[in-house]
Structure formats: C-alpha cells, structure tokens
Design a protein around this ligand. Structure first.
Ligand SMILES: [Zn+2]
Length: 249
C-alpha cells in the first residue's frame, strides 16, 4: 500500500521498519504545454495518478508518499510564459537535503516518481552519486523519457514516439481527470505538430520544434482515451513499484 507520510506522527513513523520500506517522492514541473493545456499539466497528471494509488489495496508492498516537488528542469520551455524552471543544481540540492534527512532517521530506499521528461536524465545521472554519498538506494518510475507508455501505443492514434509533450496522451489524461482546465476552444484550432526530437543536438528548445509548444497528436485526444490511459498509468505504476519491492530492478 502507498500511504501519506505527512498524515502520521513522528512516533508512528519511528515505529516503522524504516530500512525495509520505500519512500516515494513525486517530482513534476510547472511549464507550458501548448495553448490548449495548462502549465500545471505534469502536476495534474501526477495528482490524478496519486489519487488512484494512495491507499489502493491492490498495491502490495510498504510505500510511503512524501509531499511533492512541483517544479522541475524546464529550460527547454522558458520561451513560453508561465514556465518556471529550477536549475539542475537547485533540484539536486533539494533532493539531497531530503536524502540527508532520510539518513538521519534510517530510511534506506527512495523512489523518485517523476511526471516530467526534463527531470529524467538528471535524476538517473545522480542516483549512483547519491548512493555513494548517502548509502541510500534510489529507484525510478518515470512517465516520460522512458518506455513507460510504450505498452499503451495501441490505445493511441498518434505514433507513440511522436507523442512527446501536450499531445494525445497528456491531453486525453486531462480531458478525463480534470476537463475544466483544458482549453476546448483552443484545442479545436490545433493541428498536430509531430516533429522528431533532434538526434544529436541536446540543446533543442520546444519553440524551435513547435511554435505553439505542443509536440504530439493533441487533436486525437479524447476523454475516453484518457479513461483507458488513467487505468494504464495506475496499473503500470503499481507493477513498477511492486517490482522494485520484490528487488527485481
Ligand atoms: Zn507534460
């Protein structure tokens, strides 16, 4: 089960077998997602997933949810208003401060549950350094910058590798879980922007690839697809967390 750590007292938490349980730290972003989705999209998809996962009896294992980090690494979106990014150094410093507190109290396992692709390579790149520095094992569940949605390809009309940002997946998820924040009138004016990410130039920006900021098949999105994708996200996170708890990866 995944339970909220901040609802417990220090005495309750101190009584846990801390070296055996898994802390889960959600990390998202605040950044543009095209003209049809809000800048809080990565936060809202995370919130919807957590709503399905917290206290869900289907999830086996002992997981404890930390309060979320709502900002991430988003310099690629800074050309668009409403995007706020941390520097990699700042995000690393915040996560390191939390890991330091884990070591004080004897927690040994941290799962970084990440809903923004811009965070993925940094968090993976730091994991071994944090292990060496703090003696804590770091695990990753990434919605983006990973193969997380590959098995959902058959639910989509857009080729999965081209549905990168504010496309069919994210638009569908919000049409289902939080339709009031989707800008329906703007969505009707959209055309799909399906560029491939540059093969060698890592310093691409979203605006260079798409003037409206969305990369993917937003016009193909529907609440029905969002319902199926929400179920997919819930089951996928459960299967990845359970694999982590079984020591499989
Ligand atoms: Zn996103």
């Amino acid at each position: 089960m995944l339970r909220r750590l901040n609802e417990k007292s220090w005495k309750e938490l101190d009584a846990l077998k801390k070296e055996e349980v898994y802390l889960v730290l959600p990390i998202s972003s605040l950044e543009q997602h095209g003209i049809h989705l809000p800048v809080g999209t990565d936060d809202f998809t995370m919130e919807a997933a957590l709503k399905d996962l917290v206290d869900c009896p289907e999830l086996k294992g002992d997981f404890w949810l930390l309060p979320s980090i709502h900002y991430g690494i988003s310099p690629e979106h800074l050309d668009f208003c409403g995007s706020f990014t941390l520097t990699p150094q700042t995000l690393c410093a915040v996560v390191e401060d939390l890991i330091h507190c884990m070591t004080v109290h004897g927690w040994k396992n941290l799962v970084l549950l990440n809903s923004h692709g811009g965070n993925t390579s940094l968090l993976h790149g730091m994991a071994q350094t944090w292990k060496r520095k703090f003696g804590v094992d770091i695990f990753h569940v990434d919605f983006w910058g990973s193969d997380f949605f590959n098995d959902a390809a058959s639910m989509l009309q857009t080729p999965i590798q081209l549905d990168i940002h504010g496309g069919e997946i994210e638009t569908s998820l919000l049409l289902y879980s939080r339709p009031q924040v989707v800008k329906e009138a703007e969505l009707k004016t959209m055309t799909d922007d399906l560029p491939e990410l540059p093969k060698y130039r890592g310093s691409w920006t979203a605006k260079e690839l798409s003037p409206k900021g969305a990369l993917g098949g937003a016009t193909k999105a529907s609440a029905e697809t969002g319902k199926a994708l929400s179920e997919f996200v819930k089951n996928k996170v459960i299967s990845q967390l359970e694999a982590i708890a079984r020591g499989e990866g």
